[in-house]
Design a protein around this ligand. Structure first.
Ligand code: NOJ
Ligand code: CA
Length: 705
């Protein structure tokens, strides 16, 4: 089936090429990636992609279906095509690196239907050394004004049964564990009914993006999208027999389709990253480059920082968000009224503030400070949260002034319980209230099924809500860290107040998931999948790995040394030290390993992936802006392994005082997770050594000039 289609189109390509002379190819600046565009004999657009002179994406068709309008598919003619090139360097206000090079060749094809309707569609390709993006541009035209897209059918026709790291194409949540299977074995429907997910909807065999693959020849591919604006999120429907994927937009029962657009309109970019080394996927900045430059101006009101918070203690069940009824995070049920174990008290906040100020941590998050939590997991979630009114045992002013006195910055928390209309009503005053109290950033949350019923977290309606929050927040000079968000698509370039987000299975699952939590392979997979889309608020730093005094059946499935490594491996401009202050103590003093969390940077001049293999291990080195100090983190899955480290990325003539935090000889994620050794070293460009990582282990190094 697949072969026939290919030969047919190859022939067509020759014919149509004879008939016209428009450029139909574009290649990457280094010539390794080539794309070819054409129309088949029915006038349907398709493209192919070559990588290192081999077809990597075979003939892949494109079309749109609309409500009450004929399909936009066949009968096109090419009326023009334009080629271009660009090479610019821009700076990130905060990020994995300071300077970003945006270097690509582009091809824009102008299409027009030959029939009476003469509808117009442009297809815009940008080809980089590290991959490509293309989008559909609907230019202004007489016969197409406003359309309801019922399907966008963008194909990605694979050339082999690649190994794939995937999560199901859930319309409501990305918090699934990654699966590693052959493409032909993807079975997203088997992931339905996960008891640990508060909202989940997987309508068909599709995957969410970024989805990463490795071919038998060792080429790495990752499919995603860039600049998701006023459109529905894209999942990829999987055809396991023909090794083909087709875009499947997240729908809306209310809209009766996928996305309503007013023309002129540009869709998000459909992106394919390509690399010979797995680590190059992480170093790529293509997704960001496909977004528009910063339009909100200065964001210096936000400072990258580490933070502590009244947070993990609710997840492990020590305390609760609500004042009234002692909710149980495991069962999402409310306990006996009048048995309060409220976490967000004035006194408790002060305890965290003291710990932060004594240990070089800048931020404090307080969850459960405001009224409404007694109903946040109920069926009546509209109108329950009040983003201005603290609980009676939380003296907002007192906490704020104590924090100020101690030099700690408070991070606001707004759990919306997936009732965005309630949030939109209060946003304006809630942000003014924050600013009046000197609060510059907010963590938002969208737990539960979206209200109104029929909308989904990843549909157009919610994409527009998340956008509205970003814009309102930007107007008020507020930075946003969204949980249960829409996926990151590089918008932080345009809106650098989009500092971090969740959108993946975070540390919290280790506290209460009934499936054993995040396995040791989780983060070595996430680094090459979810992390390709942008920063994520994983909240590392649990030192009390087993927390048996709270939960016997749950634990963190890594060593303590790996928890340190995550501050470097995971990129986010905010990094939580998520454990309880008392869990950071050892024999009456702060645990010596906490020094790494105190020292580690959060804003980087440059980042280098030193080694790695998807799902197995990864080592990343990052150089801090301003100080020029380096930090290195390495993590492994359930296999112990030896890593050879060479420091040839350091500058000539520089000597660093280094502290190495590594798994102890008997360390093991399950049997002995807290066995850690700390060593002082002197390091320069010529240094080399090997490090032994325990099963589920890792290492972290700080290198100070
Ligand atoms: C889910 C978030 O991911 C988590 O961090 C937060 O504590 C709860 N929602 C409550 O808002
Ligand atoms: Ca979550």
């Amino acid at each position: 089936m697949k072969k026939i289609a290919f030969i047919l189109c190859a022939t067509m390509f020759m014919v149509s090429c004879k008939d016209q002379s428009y450029p139909l190819n574009a290649e990457s600046p280094n010539s390794k990636i080539n794309i070819h565009f054409n129309l088949n004999n029915e006038g349907q657009p398709y493209y192919t992609v070559n990588f290192n002179n081999k077809t990597i994406i075979d003939t892949s068709y494109m079309s749109f279906q609309f409500k009450d309008l004929p399909t936009l598919k066949n009968d096109f003619k090419i009326v023009n095509s334009i080629v271009g090139t660009a090479d610019e360097t821009w700076q990130m206000p905060w990020g994995e690196q300071l300077n970003v090079r945006n270097h690509y060749n582009e091809l824009v094809i102008n299409l027009e239907e030959q029939s009476e309707t003469k509808r117009k569609l442009n297809i815009h390709f940008k080809v980089y050394d590290d991959g490509l993006g293309f989008r559909y541009e609907f230019p202004e035209q007489d016969h197409l004004k406003e359309v309801l897209i019922t399907d966008e059918n963008t194909e990605f026709n694979l050339t082999g049964d690649h190994k794939v790291w995937w999560i199901p194409g859930d319309w409501d949540i990305y918090e699934h564990l990654y699966n590693e299977t052959k493409f032909s074995e993807i079975n997203a429907l088997s992931k339905q009914n996960n008891p640990n997910l508060n909202a989940t909807y997987i309508p068909e065999n599709a995957v969410n993006t970024p989805v990463t693959m490795k071919t038998d020849e060792g080429v790495y591919l990752s499919f995603h999208e860039a600049d998701l604006t006023n459109y529905a999120g894209m999942t990829l429907k999987v055809d396991t027999e023909n090794l083909n994927m087709v875009s499947e937009l997240v729908g809306s029962d209310i809209l009766g389709g996928k996305a309503k657009i007013s023309i002129p309109f540009n869709t998000p970019w459909r992106t394919i990253q390509m690399a010979e080394k797995a680590g190059d996927l992480i170093e790529s900045k293509m997704i960001l480059n496909l977004n528009d430059p910063n339009i909100i101006g200065d964001v210096s009101y936000f400072t990258p920082m580490k933070y502590v918070g009244i947070w993990w203690e609710m997840h492990i069940g020590k305390s609760t968000w609500d004042l009234e009824g002692s909710q149980d995070m495991n069962t999402f049920t409310t306990g006996k009224v009048g048995t309060s174990r409220h976490g967000a008290t004035t006194e408790n906040a002060k305890k965290y503030i003291d710990f932060a100020s004594q240990n070089g941590i800048k931020g404090l998050l307080v969850e459960g400070w405001n009224t409404g939590w007694d109903k946040w997991i109920s069926n009546e979630r509209e109108g329950v949260f009040d983003f201005m009114t603290p609980y009676s045992d939380y003296n907002f002013e007192e906490v704020m002034s104590y924090a100020k006195e101690k030099g700690v910055e408070v991070i606001m928390h707004h759990e919306t319980s997936a009732a965005p209309r309630t949030y939109e009503k209060q946003m304006d005053v809630a942000y003014d209230f924050m600013k009046a109290n000197g609060i510059n950033s907010v963590k938002t949350g969208y737990v539960g099924k979206i209200i109104p019923k029929g909308e989904y977290h990843h549909g157009q309606w919610m994409v527009n809500h998340y956008q509205k929050v970003l814009e309102e927040a930007a107007n008020k000079k507020i930075a946003v860290n969204a949980h249960e968000p829409i996926k990151a698509t590089g918008k932080r370039r345009t809106y650098p107040n989009a500092i971090s987000r969740e959108g993946m299975r975070g540390q919290e699952f280790n506290a209460w998931a009934t499936d054993g939590g995040n396995p040791p392979s989780h983060l070595p997979t996430v680094a090459f999948t979810r992390m390709l889309s942008g920063p994520f608020d994983f909240t590392p730093g649990v030192f009390n790995i087993k927390f048996n005094e709270y939960k016997k059946d749950n634990q963190v499935n890594t060593t303590l040394a790996q928890q340190l490594a995550l501050y470097v491996v995971i990129y986010s401009p905010i990094e939580m030290a998520s454990d309880l202050p008392e869990h950071y103590m050892l024999h009456g003093k702060v645990h010596p390993a906490f020094q790494f969390i105190t020292d580690v940077g959060v804003d980087w001049q440059q980042s280098k992936v030193l080694n790695g293999e998807v799902g197995d291990f990864v080592t990343i080195a990052r150089q801090e802006r301003e100080t020029g100090n380096w930090f290195i983190g390495g993590i492994t899955d359930e296999h112990s392994r030896t890593i050879e480290l060479s420091f040839d990325f350091l500058e000539e003539g520089q000597t660093f005082q280094a502290v190495l935090y590594k798994d102890g000889k008997n360390a093991h994620w399950n049997n002995n997770p807290t066995d850690i050794e700390i060593e002082n070293l002197t390091i320069n460009k010529d240094s080399k050594f090997t490090i032994q990582l325990a099963a589920g282990g890792g290492f972290a190094i700080s290198l100070k000039k």
